[in-house]
Structure formats: structure tokens, C-alpha cells
Design a protein around this ligand. Structure first.
Ligand SMILES: CC(C)(COP(=O)(O)OP(=O)(O)OC[C@H]1O[C@@H](n2cnc3c(N)ncnc32)[C@H](O)[C@@H]1OP(=O)(O)O)[C@@H](O)C(=O)NCCC(=O)NCCS
Length: 197
């Protein structure tokens, strides 16, 4: 069942390819579906100490598990759970990470927010990829996907992630105690919010 955010796009079945405008200074990315050539990136993410704890990237780095992970990302749109993109360098199309837009569910009583999550492979960090990907997907969510407010949840120690958020125009509005389980432990989270400018 598509969520409210996805209904705004008429239950799409194909992932769009989004690219940073050519006029943008600095790092430019393309957000696209995962392809078989990206398997090495997933395997390297499996070896990262944090990524398998906070995502569905497998904790073992076998090729079969990596291919299964990519297949699960292809199913996200069809099942209505959200948009899962590979982050690729706009010039080379080499995959460097992953970013997902996850629509919340609203009812008369509750409203779960629309959220974005992201990671960049260990070999590709500190080159502006996360900031470029988050800025691009946020603009698309707020303009094309009918979303009014995007939330990010970030552990306070994770300066790389909250700097990424701030670079993409998000503002911190809360520290949420014991908000999310990471591995076996409940962790405090900063909440970051972006609304249309
Ligand atoms: C956090 C992460 C996504 C950053 O990706 P990245 O591509 O290296 O980030 P960028 O190069 O776009 O940098 C964005 C900003 O963060 C800063 N930054 C990046 N890594 C940093 C670090 N380890 N420490 C301090 N600042 C850092 C950059 O200097 C830049 O700051 P600026 O806007 O002031 O110039 C990446 O380290 C990662 O995937 N980590 C593991 C998974 C994770 O933490 N995901 C987010 C969960 S909320």
C-alpha cells in the first residue's frame, strides 16, 4: 500500500534518475537504481563498523548477500516503502553510497515523519558526496514528491552526518533521549528538520 507521500506521485513503479544541476559548483551526484557493477561498494559497506548496524546492508561481505541487498532496494518502490537510490559520481557513474527517502504514515491520531537516511562507502568519504546527495534528494522530496517536512535522526557523536545535514539546509531542533536502537543499545539522537525554503 503506497504511503501518503508516494500517493502524491501516483504510485510510481520506476525509480527516477536525479542529477545535480550542471550549474552547481562542487561535487555533483546522480541518484539512480543499483546495478550489478555496484556490488563491490556494498561489500565494502558491509565491512564498515556502523553501516550494517543502522541499515539493512548485510554484516557479512559475501557477493551473494550484496546482490540480495541490491534486489531488496529494487523492491522498495514496488512495495510502497520508499525510494532507495545508489549515490553515484555524476561524471563517472561510479557508485559511492546509498540514500533512501522513506515516507511516513499519517492518520487522524498519529503522524510519522518523512525521513531520509544515507551512507557513503569508506573509500569515498570527505569528497562532498553525502552533502550533494542529501541536498538533491531533499529538493526533489519537497518539490516533486509532495512532502512538507523531512526529518533526519543523527547520533550526537556523528559530526560528519550532522555537518552533512547542515550543509543541505537542515536545522537541529531537538535532542531525543534513547530514541533509536543501534545494535543492541538505545541511543540519543539529534533531530534535524528541513521544510521548503
Ligand atoms: C556521515 C557520512 C555520510 C558523511 O559522508 P561524506 O560524503 O564523507 O560527507 P561530505 O564529504 O559530503 O561532507 C559533508 C560535511 O561533513 C563534514 N565531514 C564529513 N565527515 C566528517 C567527519 N568524519 N568529521 C567531521 N566532519 C566531517 C565535511 O567536512 C563537510 O562539512 P562542510 O559542509 O562544513 O564542508 C559518512 O561518513 C558515512 O557514511 N558514515 C557512516 C554512515 C553514517 O554515519 N550515516 C549517517 C547516519 S545518520
Amino acid at each position: 500500500m503506497p504511503s501518503a507521500g508516494m500517493r502524491g506521485l501516483g504510485n510510481p513503479l520506476e525509480l527516477p534518475a536525479l542529477t545535480t544541476p550542471a550549474s552547481t559548483a562542487g561535487t555533483r551526484v546522480t541518484l539512480r537504481a543499483f546495478i550489478a557493477a555496484d556490488v563491490g561498494l556494498i561489500q565494502s559497506a558491509s565491512r564498515d563498523p556502523l553501516i550494517p548496524l543502522i541499515t539493512s546492508v548485510p554484516a557479512t561481505s559475501g557477493r551473494t548477500e550484496a546482490l540480495a541487498f541490491m534486489e531488496r532496494q529494487h523492491q522498495r518502490l514496488k512495495s510502497g516503502s520508499g525510494w532507495s537510490f545508489a549515490v553515484a559520481d555524476a561524471a563517472s557513474n561510479v557508485a559511492v553510497g546509498q540514500i533512501g527517502l522513506w515516507p511516513g504514515q499519517s492518520s487522524r491520531r498519529t503522524s510519522n515523519p518523512d525521513t531520509i537516511g544515507y551512507w557513503i562507502g569508506p573509500d569515498h568519504r570527505r569528497q562532498g558526496y553525502a552533502g550533494a546527495a542529501l541536498a538533491l534528494l531533499t529538493e526533489w522530496a519537497l518539490t516533486e514528491a509532495d512532502m512538507r517536512r523531512i526529518h533526519l535522526y543523527i547520533e550526537p557523536w556523528n559530526e560528519g552526518s550532522w555537518r552533512t545535514a547542515e550543509r543541505a539546509g537542515y536545522r537541529r531542533d531537538a535532542l531525543l533521549p534513547s530514541w533509536q536502537k543501534v545494535g543492541s543499545q538505545w541511543k540519543d539522537m539529534y533531530r534535524y528538520i528541513r521544510t521548503p525554503l
